[in-house]
Design a binder for this molecule. Structure first.
Ligand code: CDP
Length: 235
């Protein structure tokens, strides 16, 4: 049986709208929002600044520190405020996805803080957060070797599909078909992050990675356009 998407999307089609904006938090050194379908992430960057506590300082290079937080009313059931196991995991994952591109060698003992807030969640929030964070870092003028663009691929009833929404993410939760694979890529095509939750064959994983990599290029173009727009009339 071929899987048919409830919202009528093609298997390799991302949700719409995809909206990216840069410079939305005036008090931050850099900021951005990224929306995909009903999922909205906001990222604010502060720094580089002196790392506190002092024992966390790295004399070799600056540290990237990411904090992911889902706002209480971002989902239908109110989420208890404060850190959770899930938010701690996603904060780390975000850091690892972005660390390969930020160049903090010239900032020993300093920290760049990235605060990600999910204002609306409909699955794919870690990817939206990574996309917003990468733009906010660039907006803050942090030296970067490349952009990072992130999207998830899922396996629904043995079919590989791009960018699951919450309905799809939960639909096969208990069935054998449920697999969710968030991935992040540089524009150069290097993968900086992959998470695999469920079962998948080697061939299907390759197919999934190819699909995500192609979509990441589309996301990159949207991020680039938003960054250019933030420069206004600057030639
Ligand atoms: O958001 P993402 O797909 O990166 O991570 P997830 O842990 O697979 O969560 C999938 C979705 O479940 C979220 O985007 C939310 O829509 C929803 N969720 C929720 O309703 N309540 C939570 N405490 C956690 C997640």
């Amino acid at each position: 049986m071929t899987y048919k998407r409830k919202d009528g999307r093609k298997n390799d089609e991302m949700r719409s709208p995809i909206i990216a904006k840069v410079g939305i938090v005036p008090n931050a050194d850099g900021s951005a929002m990224f929306q995909i379908g009903k999922t909205i992430a906001i990222a604010a960057v502060y720094g580089p600044k002196k790392m506190h506590p002092q024992h966390s300082q790295n004399p070799e290079r600056g540290t990237l520190r990411c904090t992911y937080n889902m706002l209480s009313f971002s989902v239908e059931d109110r989420i208890r405020p404060g850190p959770s196991r899930r938010s701690t995991e996603i904060s780390k994952i975000t850091q690892w996805a972005l660390d390969p591109v930020v160049m903090l060698n010239n900032y020993p003992n300093m920290v760049v803080d990235v605060h990600i807030s999910i204002t609306q969640a409909d699955a794919g929030t870690r990817c939206a957060g990574i996309n917003a964070a990468a733009m906010a870092l660039a907006h803050a003028g942090i030296p970067m070797r490349d952009m990072v663009s992130s999207v998830a691929v899922g396996k629904m009833d043995k079919t590989i599909v791009l960018d699951l929404d919450k309905y799809e993410d939960s639909e096969f939760e208990d069935g054998e078909g449920s697999t969710d694979i968030p991935m992040s890529f540089t524009n150069n095509g290097e993968m900086t992050h992959l998470q695999l939750d469920g079962k998948i064959t080697k061939e299907q994983l390759k197919e999934a990675a190819k699909m995500a990599q192609k979509a990441s290029k589309e996301i990159y173009e949207i991020q680039k356009k938003a960054l250019k727009e933030s420069l206004g009339d600057l030639k």
